[in-house]
Every structure is written in C-alpha cells, then in structure tokens.
Write a protein that binds this ligand. Structure first.
Ligand SMILES: Cc1cc2nc3c(=O)[nH]c(=O)nc-3n(C[C@H](O)[C@H](O)[C@H](O)COP(=O)(O)OP(=O)(O)OC[C@H]3O[C@@H](n4cnc5c(N)ncnc54)[C@H](O)[C@@H]3O)c2cc1C
Length: 376
C-alpha cells in the first residue's frame, strides 16, 4: 500500500520519494490472492489500475458463501442484497505489486532502497541517506508492514496479541468448476477460505493452531488433499495441490497512535487483523486515501498545519479501524467454539433467510462506509 499512497501523493503534486524494495524483489513471487472490496477496486481505478489489471488478473464476484462444517445452513451474501452487482475482486499479490510498481515508475517517483540506520531527525524534518545521495523530507510515512522496525525504533506503543495460529496458503486445482463465488467454511480445525483465482484455480487460506499448521505443512500432498476434501465435504470433486502450502504466523496488532513527530503509520504497520475476513489490505487502502486526502488540505504546509493534519488522520482512521477490529474479533469468537447454546445456528439461519439482516454485512464487505473518503 506504500506504493499506492506514493501514487496518490505524487498525483496531488507532493514531491515523494519511495523507500522501497527495488523492482524484481522476491515479493513479486507472493502467491497470496487478495480479496479486494469494490471500494478498493474503485481506489485502484483512480489511477487506471483496475483496468490495467483487467479480467485476466482480477476475477470479480457478486456473491460470497459461508457455512459451518457439517451444519446444513449456508449463508449467501450477495451484492444484490444492497442493490449492487459487485462484492469484490480477487487479485494475486504479485500482479497487484507489479501494476503498482509500473505506475510508480510512470509517475517518475524516485525509489530508493531504504537503510533505517541512515535516517536522521532534524529541525526541518528528516534527512535520509548519506553524502551526495542524502535528501530531506518533511513527513515520513511508515508503511513497511506488520514487523515495522521504525515503529519499534520510535517506540510507538501497540496493543498486540499472538493468536497462536498460522495461516496455511495454497493453490488448488478442482475436478469440477466452482464458479466465481468465494467460500468460507468454519471447520473444527479452523476457518478455511477458498477463493477462485483469475487463472481458474482455487486459492486457499486455512488458519489453525500453530502446532497443527506445523504438522500439516509437512504432510504429503495426498494426505493434505484428503484433509481438504474432508473439510470441504467433497466440494469440487478431486482436489489437487498445485504447490506445497506456505505458512504465515498470525497475530493481531493495533498501534495506540498512528502519528508521531512528522511521522505517520499506515497499513499493517498500524493494524494487523486475522486474515479470515480478507480485509487487511482493504483497510490499508483506506488509510492511504485518508492520509492523502488530509494532506491535500494541509494549508500553508507549516509545522502546526502538518500536526493538525496528522491529528485528524489519527482520529479518523484509528477510531474506524478500532471498531472494525472489535467487530471482527466478535465474529471470530462466535465461530471458534462449539455452538452450545445454538445462538450461532439461530443467527446463521436468520441471515440465510432475511436479506435485510445481511445488508449491514454486505455494506461492510463492499467498503461502503469508507466511500466518503473518495467523495469528500
Ligand atoms: C494469509 C493471508 C491472507 C490475506 N488475505 C487478504 C485478503 O484477501 N484481502 C486483504 O485485504 N488482506 C489480506 N491479507 C492482509 C494483507 O496481506 C495485509 O493487510 C497487507 O499486505 C498489508 O499491506 P502493507 O503494505 O501495509 O504491508 P506489507 O504487505 O507487509 O508490505 C510492506 C512492504 O514494506 C516492505 N518493507 C519492510 N521493511 C522495509 C524497509 N526497511 N525498507 C523498505 N521496505 C520495507 C516490505 O518488503 C513490503 O513490501 C492477508 C494476510 C495474510 C497473512
């Protein structure tokens, strides 16, 4: 999302330098498939990037199905529940990275490899680099992911909790075509998301206790495929792994402030959520929009004006993300334990039957709440 923010700022006329990995870094090999909300797709399109991805690299969907393993009720959330036609798009991380890097280069944004040891705070702002290569900046945006070293260096306090879980991600070929609908099955082993990729394969994200993930990571392909067939109750016919699963340790994290002295946190550097809802990057995109939007109104560019801008960004985004994190934890807890009181079954039954009850969920998934960032 750092690249997206750089594009926004450059387009608004701010001089921007991207401190980034240089093109062709290994991250272009990230095999994850992102579910992006319609709002995120709209944000990408402000730079013509959605059309750049095109149908070959972005598979759109209008429905999403969830159910609990071996329970009869299936809830189908649909864009039509709120009179829309799009619930999101599925894009490989490597494709998204590639089109963003291309746009950064087209906009002429200078890109430097970053050495955190060559960063100095001065009375005017920041000096980055040494010798002839050094340059000054009035604001440093830290968007370097969940393990942000700068967040730690500037001692920005965070609330964090290790879930004790890992997410296994993998690509699958199915015997029968499952269409474009993403599915989420709450299995006794952990939530399993199955996302139809633009290349016609299926991308899986299975979160589970770390000990189990470690063990399953070392299973043979046939053994893992058998576990998947069991968890999906035979859906799609014979399942074949396309490559060995990869593992991502999971934790939740929320910075207690998103701003500091001429400094702003954005994306996973500020907030990390469980991937079962596929919303982390979507939140990061909204951070980028909000920060760019606030900086557009930074008035005379003085230190005091910048401080006001940062305070506004912190207020808006931290409050919004906090609400989302709490809601997501509630849903996660609901599906985590056996449904002893039958409340979950009752809720799913009602959701499956009544479109009115599905609407707030669909609005959230489409990102409708963040739309005011695009239309101030
Ligand atoms: C299994 C899994 C599935 C997910 N699925 C989805 C999904 O479907 N939809 C969704 O919205 N979200 C999803 N997420 C969440 C999503 O991956 C993150 O929210 C998103 O990648 C955060 O973007 P970011 O740019 O803030 O951080 P990152 O993606 O971590 O990027 C940070 C960048 O900073 C670079 N960097 C780090 N340190 C430095 C440095 N010192 N100098 C220069 N560069 C540096 C890194 O190399 C990286 O390029 C998923 C997460 C997981 C684990």
């Amino acid at each position: 999302m750092a690249r997206l923010l750089a594009c926004f700022l450059a387009q608004d006329g701010h001089p921007v330098v991207l401190l980034d990995h240089l093109p062709n870094a290994p991250e272009t090999e990230d095999t994850r498939l992102y579910a992006l909300s319609p709002l995120s797709l709209q944000i990408l399109e402000t730079h013509g990037l959605y059309s750049e991805l095109g149908p070959k690299r972005c598979r759109v969907f209008s429905d999403l199905e969830i159910w609990v393993y071996h329970e009869p009720t299936r809830v189908r959330f649909s864009a039509s529940d709120i009179g829309g036609f799009l619930l999101g798009g599925l894009v490989y991380a490597r494709d998204l990275n590639r089109v963003l890097m291309e746009r950064v280069s087209e906009l002429g944004i200078p890109t430097h490899r970053f050495d955190p040891d060559q960063l100095e705070r001065t009375s005017q702002g920041w000096v980055i680099g040494t010798g002839d290569a050094a340059f000054q900046a009035s604001l440093l945006v830290v968007a370097e992911g969940s393990h942000s070293r700068l967040r730690e260096r500037f001692r920005i306090p965070v609330e964090t909790r290790d879930y004790g879980e890992e997410a296994l991600t993998f690509g699958l070929a199915t015997e029968h075509d499952l269409g474009s609908t993403p599915r989420q099955v709450f299995t006794p082993w952990g939530p399993l998301g199955l996302l139809p990729a633009p290349d016609g394969t299926l991308s899986g994200v299975w979160s589970m206790p770390a000990v189990r993930a470690r063990e399953w990571l070392n299973r043979s392909a046939p053994s893992f495929e058998a576990l998947l067939s069991e968890a999906t109750e035979g859906m799609g016919g014979r399942l074949s792994l396309l490559a060995p699963p990869r593992s991502f340790p999971l934790r939740c994290l929320h910075a207690q402030t998103y701003v500091g002295d001429r400094l702003a946190l954005a994306g996973d550097a500020a907030h990390v959520i469980h991937p079962f809802a596929g919303q982390g990057l979507n939140l990061g995109f909204l951070d980028a929009c909000a920060l760019a939007d606030d900086l557009k109104r930074s008035g005379d560019g003085s230190e005091a004006a910048l401080r006001r801008v940062l305070m506004r960004y912190d207020r808006r985004r931290r409050r919004e993300n906090q609400k989302f994190l709490l809601a997501l934890e509630g849903v996660r807890m609901l599906f985590r334990k056996p449904d002893l009181l039958g409340l979950r079954a009752l809720m799913l039954g009602a959701l499956a039957q009544v479109a009115l009850l599905r609407r707030p969920w669909v609005r959230r998934a489409t990102g409708s709440q963040g739309r005011r960032l695009l239309v101030p």
